[in-house]
Design a protein around this ligand. Sequence first.
Ligand code: BGC
Length: 758
Amino acid sequence: MTTPPLDRMSIEEKASLLSGADFWHTAALEDHGVPSIMLTDGPHGLRKQRGSGDHLGLGDSVPATCFPPAVAMGSSWDVDLVRRVGEAIGTEAAVENVAVVLGPGVNIKRSPLCGRNFEYFSEDPVVAGVLGAAIVDGIQSRGVGASLKHFAANNQETDRMRVSADVDPRPLREIYLRAFQRVVEDARPWTVMCSYNRVNGVYASEDRWLLTTVLRDEWGFDGMVVSDWGAVDDRVRALAAGLDLEMPGSRGNTNAQLVAAVADGSLDADVVDVAAGRVLTLVDRTRAAVENPATLDIDAHHALAREAAGRSVVLLKNDGGLLPLAQDASIAVIGAFAAEPRYQGAGSSMISPTRLDNALDEIRSLATGSVTYAAGFSTAVDVTETESAGLRDEAVAAASGADVAVVFLGLPARLESEGYDRDDVDLPAAQLAVLAAVVDANPNVVVVLSNGGVVALPFAASVPAILEGWLLGQAGGGATADVLFGVVNPSAKLTETVPLRFADSPAYLDFPGEFSHVRYGEGLFVGYRWYDARDLDVAYPFGHGLSYTAFEYGPPSATTLADGDVDVRVAVTNTGSVAGREVVQLYSSLPAAVTQRPPRELKAFASVALEAGETREVTLRVRRKDLAYWDVRVDSWIVEGGTYTLEVAASSRDVRASVRVEVAGDPVTLPLSRSSSIGEVMADPLAGPILQAAIAEMTGVAPDAAGLVPEGVDLQKMLDSFPIGRVGMFGADVDPAMVDALLAAGQVRPDARVDADG
Ligand code: BGC
């Protein structure tokens, strides 16, 4: 079935396609054979609601596999695994006749406080972009559309429906849009969801620059733009900006506004046609999958959820090789989260799982020694001091009699959710008190964390082992037991920095803003880019994660390919005695950069499985376009030329080796004028040499003697930023006509060309 021609439809019919028929469905046009399609959340499993629907995760939804949320899946750094999870989600969607899954979310974790960080992959745009593309690939391979969200600069929940993210062009392009760009260009999602917030004062839903110029004209997006639920403030303006489908429905009100705007000439009828055409194309693209769904193996999906969760647990610390545990060790399992897992976050992504493992049962099923359990604390809010003390005493008693205490700590569910941000990064004091008491009783403590956003780890030095379990989805209990006993060798690594002090974090002074504006004052320096540039110690760096084995890196080599991409090859060896998996990271820097640059930026990564003793050569491709910065002078991506350092690393602070490559710069076209600086004119290949000669002549006649430049002053540096049109004002004997002649020399071509090598 192909799209019916629009010219057979009335303007009312076309407009009716442009907003939801109800909370989750598009409108049908039965006379034209156009069915209604269903869009539902997303992102780490299907949330198909049974009733009329809400977007806060309050209503009941059909059971679906709850895979690990992005905070956990991201830590796998594994494209293949994430893709397979996407395939499974796509299959479950098709089976439920769902045409579009509302995810993935690739917003950048700007502050640890964002209530929705659990739904996002990373503080780094390459990680978020590559893994976001993998999940889109997976979902769409099943004939179901993905919806890349929340476009754009939606990095907090506070005031999310109004706040303006005030962000400069370079960080906007290089950090906040970059992940979206990568997913759009590499995975071609069928839909993109615009966010609630404003970007530099303009609602994302009404931002023509964002939804059309950048998304379609620059990146080549050919799908449909859907609003976040309730994000449309002015329907006519939004349509004109490029927002095709408004969700949910407005009972026909906004459709009537569109029809009226066309009638009074304030909206071009073609705009309605184009948007309606895009909705029809989406209906067409998804039709086969929802009409002939595949079969579903729910047990296989649970097994995949367990595999994914096992690959998402980050071993932060393992002093003295306390982990993995011997199966016959006597174990005290402490902490309410062991029996009542926190496995997903709250809000629109909340799934009704097909089943739910808990770590306590799974530890019991793998252990051959004794396993005791004490809740240690309660996750309820109204616990008395006496009750807390009683729970603590039980935990101490359990720990005292065991070889090892495995203590499950975490954030209570109400502390992090869609719709609001956290106030701090602390674990509840009652939990920390239990841990301290347990450590006093038995120093062999493994802490297992359950949290969607980063938490402070004030106890890090006092316990030998820490597993960051994030929120692991429905099979997280089994996966945690697998990692504790070494059935799975941990291989996950942090995709966000764990700071030593929350006050060190980049957005600390600029989050969540005030009076509906938040200033992205840290600019490019988000996440590790900030901690590295400020030379700040961190608790655990971006990219960090241990294994039960060890890996060695050989010397890297680099080859520049014909298209300018660079392949870096490095041999990685598993030097331990068990099989494992290493996430090899590649960071770039340009030490002599003229532009402001973070000390290192991730450009590529690979997850490599290695048997004990095995060596494999890993190839990491640095795409030339990923070396580019956004040049505000010419509104364009520019590769600055020079000698780049490419580091192969086990984490952002564990660089194993590096290699240098020469990269040719892109030419930058800069027009010359009287306000061009002397430095800019000097860099011009035509005007520069003429100016050089003139200055040499002037300084040759002893400028200090002329009283212009005191002794010891670097004249060249002083003049570099001086507008050439104003030199005459400072007593220099410069004829304005000479300046014009010089500038004209630089204009022999339509524009002067300056090499980006600086
Ligand atoms: C969320 C989206 C979600 C939508 C539908 C909104 O509140 O921001 O992520 O897809 O609701 O549930």
